[in-house]
Design a protein around this ligand. Structure first.
Ligand code: CAA
Length: 283
């Protein structure tokens, strides 16, 4: 199956980044969200990021104009019914994703492929709630999507080869590099990255270093582009906590226990950059 039309469910930072790169690669993209304001904000962010790419010479001005022309937004789920591929990018919560799949089920065309950008949840379990589990798989992008080269491909236990190859071809057309991860909690990148962030939060919690010194240590001492606490703010502390919980429950190992300070910040609503408050204050 060749994919030309793609629906992106959810216009948060991942959904808008994915819509951005798909439109530039020539796909017809429908970005769907129940919140019309979020769609407006997503389109503004996509235009701002594309403008920046044009200014730096990464894409031509004409390419940007045609990409914008291939991108439409909608608040109506049934409008995704004619599309070849759906990429779900809702919050990292299993009940939220399952409800979306239930709502989507009556509208999808028979050959449509459904994917989730989940960063940690079981693909096999999510697939079980879809109409055709063999036409479902994990398609996990990294943030910021226009910059990060990697995409993780995750098969559920019954994902068909046709589904896998069609989705792999989309990633190739984006010019990104695909890795194949087995369907275990948090796959590859987040299995390694998020416990590192959690350990940085423990380092702060136990008073080993300040926010500045922890981030500075990892930037200058390990050559990371961002310190782990800055990166946690960038990813979203709620997402980091959700991933730690999936690792803790899914692998039943106390080494994945979320740091109480991370839990406290999430309870306080200090979710990072998206609310202008996390380990840093962005006001
Ligand atoms: N859209 C388009 N281009 C963007 C962009 C965006 N949203 N954000 C940055 N860029 C581009 C800039 O235009 C610039 O391009 P050139 O090199 O061509 O000039 C380049 O990226 C670098 O940007 P900046 O100079 O503005 O800033 P920087 O050098 O500080 O880099 C960063 C910013 C790319 C985010 C860098 O700090 C970085 O790589 N951080 C780590 C990000 C990371 O680890 N991501 C993975 C998170 S984990 C994840 O996503 C998985 C999950 O499920 C949680």
């Amino acid at each position: 199956m060749t994919i030309e039309t793609i629906g992106v469910l959810g216009a948060g930072q991942m959904g808008s980044g994915i819509a951005h790169v798909l439109a530039i690669a020539g796909f017809e993209v429908s970005l769907m969200d129940v919140d019309a304001d979020r769609l407006v904000a997503a389109v503004a962010k996509i235009s701002e990021d594309m403008d920046r790419q044009v200014a730096r010479g990464t894409i031509a001005a004409e390419a940007m104009l045609s990409a914008v022309g291939r991108l439409r937004t909608t608040v109506n789920l049934p409008e995704l019914g004619t599309l070849d591929l759906i990429i779900e990018t809702a919050a990292e919560s299993e009940p939220v994703k399952l409800k979306l799949f239930d709502d989507l089920r009556p509208h999808l065309k028979p050959e449509a492929i459904l994917t989730s950008n989940t960063s940690s949840l079981s693909i096999t379990r999510l697939a079980g709630r879809t109409r055709k589990p063999e036409q479902f798989m994990g398609l996990h992008f990294m943030n910021p999507v226009p910059v990060m080269q990697l995409v993780e491909l995750i098969r559920g236990i019954v994902t068909s080869n046709e589904t896998f190859e069609a989705v792999r071809a989309v990633v190739q057309r984006l010019g990104k590099t695909a890795v194949v991860a087995e369907d275990y909690p948090a796959f590859i990148v987040n299995r390694i990255l998020v416990p590192m962030i959690n350990e940085a939060v423990y380092t702060l919690y136990e008073g080993v270093g300040s926010v500045f010194d922890i981030d500075q240590s990892m930037k200058l001492g390990a050559n990371h582009p961002m310190g782990p606490l800055e990166l946690a703010d960038f990813i979203g502390l709620d997402t980091c906590l959700a991933i730690m919980n999936v690792l803790h429950e899914g692998l039943a190992d106390s080494k994945y226990r979320p740091c109480p300070l991370l839990v406290k910040y999430v309870e306080a609503g200090w979710l990072g950059r998206k609310v202008a408050r996390g380990f840093y204050d962005y006001c």
